[in-house]
Design a protein around this ligand. Sequence first.
Ligand SMILES: [Zn+2]
Length: 277
Amino acid sequence: MTMTEHETAQAAAAEVNEIIASAAGGTDDHPQIAPLEDDTITLDYGVEIDGKRHRIVRARELKGLDEEMMGRIDVEAPDYLVRLVDTVVARCTTFIGVPETTPRLDAYKQALLVGDREHIFLTVMRLTYGNEREYRNTVCPQCGDPNDFIIELDKDIEIKHLDDIEQYTWNITTKVGKVTYRLPTGAQQLAWFAQNFPIATRNTMMLADCVVSVNDEPLYDSRDWARNLNLADRKKILAAIDDNSPGPKFKGVKVSCATCQKEGVIEVDWTQLLFGQ
Ligand SMILES: [Zn+2]
């Protein structure tokens, strides 16, 4: 843990204690600053409620009924993976920000950025199965030998953080001028995958949802604008959205091969994280 992460964790722990103290009625007792609990994380963006941003989230491990609910999702459905993450986040996020959010917790969970939701997903995996996951018989990208790799979730899966957590929109220069965009939410992602749309159609939906304005002018029909946009700019904006998104990077996890000793890069499969071992 770096100093910055440690300090963030301490600040988060202090915030949680403050919340708990105020929920208990705010006694005169000196609040004890406990270390951040294993089940508590600080999201990058979090949710904004009544003008105040809340980033502290608590999660729990998966139980039998969660497994049953995940088992009901159609494996063949286009949104299978998105639904899996949604089910985990919906069922296992027990707290966001302040106790007052609890009655509307489900709405807030879908309002979280895709990257923040994936951070919760990774936390639930760690709480459920522990920090180490073994990938058996995974082909080494360097020598091609089947190998068993051990991945430490907290170290080997890099979590990208926002450079500035106050920033809500970003600008990019394109052929059509300055495009201002924001990052996608869970609810938007669920809509893109709800039907078996071709990738190009999903990209149009993503651009329409994320682009806020062009040359500081709001878009009246963002879907129509995205459809009329040239392919190079579409690609450029989509890549920028992806680059700026916070959260765990499941692609490109570095592993060391026992056969050739070389470092290789593998992609961590979400379903393996959920059902693997
Ligand atoms: Zn190898």
